[in-house]
Design a protein around this ligand. Structure first.
Ligand SMILES: Cc1cc2nc3c(=O)[nH]c(=O)nc-3n(C[C@H](O)[C@H](O)[C@H](O)COP(=O)(O)O)c2cc1C
Length: 191
């Protein structure tokens, strides 16, 4: 059997143009089910998500947290999701240094399930994290991670030229040898 990279890993990309079509409840359930299955340190499952559909008051609250550069294109996303993680391990009375790691893994699962369900995503760090905690009354011990725009891919015709380009641009990546080191640390020069 020829081994190839999983199609959903290959096809996922952070898009800038969403269609009006609302995400079905069943699909929302699927993507959170995928997140639920992520591994986590001590199985703490520190991730939490607040999500909202366009038209709901909480969608506007999420949207208004975004930086202007993200607002331009994220206004087309039918669903916004904001990730949080529990940074305190209350059972052990210490901080959980894998809290963001584990939120990231759950979110990666969520995004790949979205891709496999015909949806697209775009994670964003460009929003007001301090205000996010305030407006949603987030309890102490939880910190916000990325906000994710979710929906079906739409036409780029109404996007400004620069975003159209970014939507369609090839995604550049490091070569494997630049980050996967066999047995010892390799510096930028390869020595
Ligand atoms: C934590 C995180 C924060 C990001 N913040 C933003 C953002 O604020 N605005 C934006 O347009 N893209 C943002 N991105 C998307 C990245 O720019 C994108 O993932 C990267 O360029 C690779 O492109 P791809 O996701 O299409 O493969 C963010 C991605 C991550 C994981």
């Amino acid at each position: 059997m020829i081994q190839t990279i999983d199609e959903n890993i290959k096809n996922r990309k952070s898009i800038f143009a969403f269609s009006d079509k609302m995400v079905e409840d069943s699909k929302l359930n699927l993507i959170f089910d995928a997140a639920r299955r992520a591994p986590s340190s001590f199985n703490a499952q520190p991730w939490r998500y607040i999500y909202a559909r366009k038209g709901e008051e909480s969608y506007d609250i999420l949207y208004n947290l975004l930086m202007d550069g993200n607002k331009i294109w994220a206004s087309t996303a039918p669903v916004l999701i904001l990730g949080f993680t529990e940074v305190i391990d209350s059972k052990r009375g210490r901080s959980n240094r894998f809290a963001f790691h584990d939120l990231g893994m759950a979110t990666a699962m969520l995004m790949l399930q979205a891709t496999s369900s015909g949806l697209s995503t775009h994670p964003m760090g460009g929003y007001d994290t301090v205000k996010a905690k305030e407006v949603f009354g987030i309890p102490s011990g939880f910190e916000p991670g990325a906000m994710i725009a979710l929906g079906y891919e739409g036409s780029t015709e109404n996007l400004p030229e620069d975003l159209k380009k970014r939507h369609n641009a090839p995604r550049l990546r490091k070569n494997i040898t630049e980050f996967a080191f066999h047995g010892k640390w390799l510096s930028e020069t390869g020595s």
